[in-house]
Design a protein around this ligand. Structure first.
Ligand code: NAP
Length: 458
């Protein structure tokens, strides 16, 4: 089996910033065996000890946040300050599960014909996590914190463009005092994920990434009856109704679209604006998108940096071109700047309609698709006319109406009123339709990788 090195390239400069050995078949098998051996010991430790180590991990993350943010910036181009915030959020999720995990996993007594009967939550074993590069620490920790508090051990197959992040994450567990192989990095290519899923020691898998990768992992896992959680792409619709506070709406829309250079699964992607406020919204939206500063991600003045890889930038540009060919208007950006690096400017497409790539596909970059709707009903129909169902938001001063639309009418895993969709350890996170299944975070997340065991005693 191939042992090609995994090479990290700075997308701002196209310079190589790291080269890591991948592992061969024997080493891969050894790591799976060791992670399973570790599971037997780790799962038997008292919950308090597991939680204390998770608190130590939060301390390690906080004490090293600048080092970690620097690796993130150099490997995938995130603005340094946003990298710091990402690490702080990882520390938060570790503390959240250290403090709340024991309560979430308490036995649930149930009255039956037994003298005692209850539900107990037992860890499953070794869980494989296949993770993306866009939030290279956060995506990993939001899986790892609940899974390890519950008593599982983890194997990480990280995206190939963030090998330094993957190694740093494994090291952070060791530095916090976790036993060897409680959380183990597997430097392998995606073509070898199948080998991991085929191994009976690996009990379940979670994947955050594209639909294509998700269906491949689900297929391989399904063949062996292994549970999966899939956190896939999105094309979140933001509805701007006639009575919206436009200043608030535009600020939230621009922030959500440009966050992480537009490479967020829950970034606002389709802006559906009702006729009455269309021109006012567009004027303000274009002004603020134009004012956003693309620049060196190590510079604190930059609002967003380059995209994470050259191929992703080129793919995004093709989606813009295909949308324009299909009749969309290019109101801002849409041109690749000369010189090195995976740069792509803030771009606004209007007159976007179903059937165009900007409507039907996920735009993973700083490109906004603006859609005009005749009325509220049409705005809701257009929002739901998507294969994706990750997040959605509605802007209106009528909170009852906003709540009704969010709760009852929009088809997505998270629906927000007058605010941008964001993840929070206290709230469940995940999608419907091709955005995936299963939930991360909150008490739902910690129950994804446990055996919900019935105990019945006469
Ligand atoms: P990706 O290409 O699917 O990669 C994600 C991970 O899957 C990487 O580790 C990748 O490894 C691996 N992978 C790729 N193809 C695979 C296959 N056939 N079998 C097994 N593993 C495979 O996605 P990405 O471009 O890195 O990430 C962007 C996507 O992730 C977007 O669609 C975004 O919306 C989605 N996302 C979703 C969430 C969520 O919570 N719902 C959060 C963040 C991102 P290699 O790098 O080695 O190919």
């Amino acid at each position: 089996m191939s042992k090609d090195p995994i090479i990290a390239v700075n997308p701002a400069t196209e310079e190589e910033v790291g080269r890591y050995d991948s592992i061969g078949r024997e080493e891969l098998i050894r790591k799976m065996e060791q992670t399973d051996i570790c599971f037997r010991e780790w799962s038997q430790r008292p919950m308090d000890e597991r939680c204390q180590l998770m608190k130590n991990l939060a301390d390690v993350l906080e004490s090293r946040k600048e080092d970690y943010a620097q690796i993130i910036t150099s490997e995938m181009g995130k603005v340094f300050q946003a990298g710091i915030s990402e690490i702080e959020k990882c520390a938060w999720v570790c503390r959240y599960y250290a403090e709340n995990g024991p309560r979430f996993l308490e036995d649930e007594k149930i009255q039956t014909d037994a003298s005692t009967s209850y539900v107990s939550f037992q860890p499953l074993g070794v869980i494989l996590a296949v993770m993306p590069w866009n939030f290279p620490f956060w995506q990993v920790f939001r899986f790892a914190a609940p899974a390890l508090v519950a008593g599982n051990t983890g194997l990480l197959k990280h995206a190939s463009n963030v090998p330094g992040c993957a190694q740093a994450i494994e090291n952070s567990f060791l530095e916090a005092g976790f036993p060897n192989n409680a959380f183990c990095n597997l430097p392998i290519s995606s073509s070898r994920v199948k080998e991991v899923l085929e191994n009976p020691l690996v009990r379940a898998a979670t994947l955050t990434g594209s639909e294509k990768a998700g269906s491949s992992v689900a297929l391989e896992s399904g063949k062996r009856i292994k549970k999966t959680v899939l956190e896939l792409g999105g094309s979140d619709a933001y509805l701007i109704l006639a009575d919206a506070d436009l200043e608030l709406a535009v600020n939230q829309c621009v922030k959500s679209r440009l966050l992480n250079a537009g490479q967020s699964c829950i970034g606002a992607k389709r802006f559906i604006v009702v006729e009455e406020v269309y021109h006012a919204f567009m004027a303000l939206f274009l002004e603020k998108m134009r004012a956003a500063k693309m620049g060196d991600p190590t510079d604190s003045d930059s609002d967003f940096g380059p995209l994470a890889r050259m191929d992703l930038r080129d793919e995004l540009h093709k989606q813009v071109e295909r949308s324009v060919d299909a009749g969309a208007n290019l109101d801002l950006g849409g041109r690749i700047p000369p010189g090195k690096g995976a740069w792509y400017p803030a771009t606004v497409l209007s007159n976007v309609k179903p059937g165009m790539p900007a409507f039907d596909e996920e735009l993973f970059g700083p490109v906004a698709a603006v859609i005009r709707a005749k009325n509220e009903k049409e705005a809701i129909d257009l929002a739901n006319k998507s294969d994706f169902g990750l997040g959605a938001a509605v802007f209106t001063k009528d909170l009852n109406k906003g709540e009704d639309i969010a709760r009852n009418k929009l088809q997505a895993g998270s629906c927000f009123v007058n605010g941008l969709v964001k993840s929070d350890p206290r709230l469940p996170f995940g999608g419907i339709k091709v955005s995936g299944y299963g939930r991360e975070l909150s008490h739902y997340g910690i129950k994804e990788f446990v055996n919900i065991k019935t105990v019945w005693i006469r």
